[in-house]
Design a protein around this ligand. Structure first.
Ligand code: IPE
Ligand code: IPE
Ligand code: MG
Length: 254
């Protein structure tokens, strides 16, 4: 029997997959444990999915790990998550390097505790020469924070004469976003049965295919990722055109 992985068309992989990793708290509570127990198990899913994406040859994987709004959670949970972050980076950086994975980070890094910042900078530097999967961690991230930052930079560049009002076009904002070096995600996955964006890549996901699953993040494994990619590959992406036009373009492309 063919495995799910064999059903994936490797010529038509999404270049960039973005994931809202949700449901850790519920997963733990279902088992009568503290929410942090769910976050610890969520790390195993991260490891598995990063490995799966790298094996397939995905170019970019963005993982939403902590939102600017998550700072408002109970103090012990925030502290536990930060500790887990530091510990995980420390443990995983050698494996990332071995697998030629380059780590990136988007978000308000200034909000992070000093030891987390240090660990992160080191990991970013350590993996900066790698040329395989680009793993983008969204940490203390939100779209509205990112857009406000972009606007500040645009205002400064206008004032300094580096940018002229007449030059502002549809692409301008993109150049000022934290994700300016990455292509837009083509597939966005959210786990845990929630159907919302929670302030994640609102600009960049304009034409992404959205995939929602009831699987809670700590249960999410490569097979679930394959399912999402197969679903993506069965969709028709029209970008505003008609279905006839899209099919015609595909047939002339050969
Ligand atoms: C996602 O799981 C991880 C973070 C937001 C840090 P949650 O902690 O949101 O888990 P639920 O949604 O409460 O189950
Ligand atoms: C979104 O999950 C943020 C992350 C997964 C990091 P939340 O659990 O914080 O989102 P809401 O509050 O349910 O919208
Ligand atoms: Mg949640």
């Amino acid at each position: 029997m063919d495995s799910l992985k064999d059903k994936i068309d490797l010529q038509r992989l999404p270049r960039h997959i973005a994931i809202i990793m949700d449901g850790n708290g519920r997963w733990a509570q279902e088992r009568g444990h503290d929410r942090l127990y769910g976050h610890y198990h969520g790390v195993e899913s991260v490891r598995n999915i990063v490995e799966g994406a790298a094996e397939l040859g995905i170019g970019y994987l963005t993982l939403y790990a902590f939102s600017t709004e998550n700072w408002d959670r109970p103090e012990y949970e925030v502290a536990g998550l930060m500790e887990l972050l530091v510990e995980t980076i420390r443990k995983e950086v050698a494996t990332l390097n071995k697998n030629n994975i380059r780590l990136h980070m988007i978000g308000d890094i200034g909000m992070l505790p000093a030891n987390a910042k240090k660990e992160l900078w080191e990991a970013l530097e350590f993996t900066s020469k790698n040329t395989g999967l680009n793993l983008i961690m969204a940490l203390s991230y939100s779209s509205r924070w990112e857009m406000a930052e972009a606007l500040k930079h645009i205002a400064a560049d206008l004032k300094a004469g580096k940018l002229k009002e007449s030059e502002i076009g549809q692409d301008t904002l993109q150049h000022y976003l934290a994700t300016s070096a990455f292509p837009d995600p083509e597939l966005m996955i959210r786990t845990s049965g929630e159907y919302r964006m929670s302030n994640f890549l609102l600009y960049q996901l304009a034409y992404a295919e959205l995939y929602f699953t009831n699987v809670l993040w700590p249960d999410f494994r490569k097979e679930n990722l394959y399912e999402a990619i197969i679903d993506f590959q069965n969709r028709e992406r029209r970008f505003g055109k008609t279905s006839d036009q899209v099919r015609q373009e595909l047939s002339t492309e050969g």
